[in-house]
Design a protein. Structure first.
Length: 168
């Protein structure tokens, strides 16, 4: 129930949904749930290869050495867990090859906020956070802000959810 003040008087208004509007809303909700469930299954896998390469072609080592998302060179690559990673320099590629688990993003490069909430989602390479020498990526800078409200809790939930999500 919504209350409106009209010329100094309080007037009560109720939302009247006719049957057609109710059915359209219900069908829309069901369709959205089906699409979300299908997307989860299609996206779930060990490494996010959206864009054809891990981290959408960005250099994983640069997040640590430069504190920034740096596009990788398609001619400087390394493979880890079946995914191709691109690097801005041969030095970064060599550092990655020596210790890929140190530099590879958590949760296969999927959105950390999504994984914490039980699903997978694309990432924006610019929406990253390095916590305890681990790289976490998010869907957008806005989603990253939500994830950062409870970093320890979200990491704990993500760590618990990831084995089931990565199993596909």
């Amino acid at each position: 129930m919504t209350r409106h003040i009209v010329r100094g008087k309080v007037k009560t208004a109720t939302a009247n949904l006719d049957r057609r509007a109710f059915l359209v809303l219900g069908a829309s909700a069901v369709a959205a749930a089906l699409i979300a469930g299908t997307a989860r299954k299609a996206w779930a896998g060990k490494v996010n290869l959206d864009g054809g390469a891990a981290i959408r072609g960005h250099d994983p080592v640069a997040y640590f050495t430069e504190g920034a998302a740096v596009a990788g060179d398609p001619s400087i690559t390394a493979t880890h867990d079946g995914a191709t990673y691109r690097f801005a320099s041969a030095e970064n590629r060599d550092a990655f090859a020596a210790d890929p688990d140190r530099y590879a993003p958590q949760y296969g490069g999927y959105c950390a906020y999504a994984v914490a909430n039980g699903y997978t989602a694309k990432i924006d390479p610019e929406a990253f956070t390095v916590v305890d020498e681990k790289l976490y990526l998010n869907f957008s800078k806005g989603v990253r802000s939500r994830w950062e409200r409870d970093i320890p809790g979200n990491i704990s939930k993500g760590d618990a959810n990831w084995p089931g999500l990565s199993a596909g």
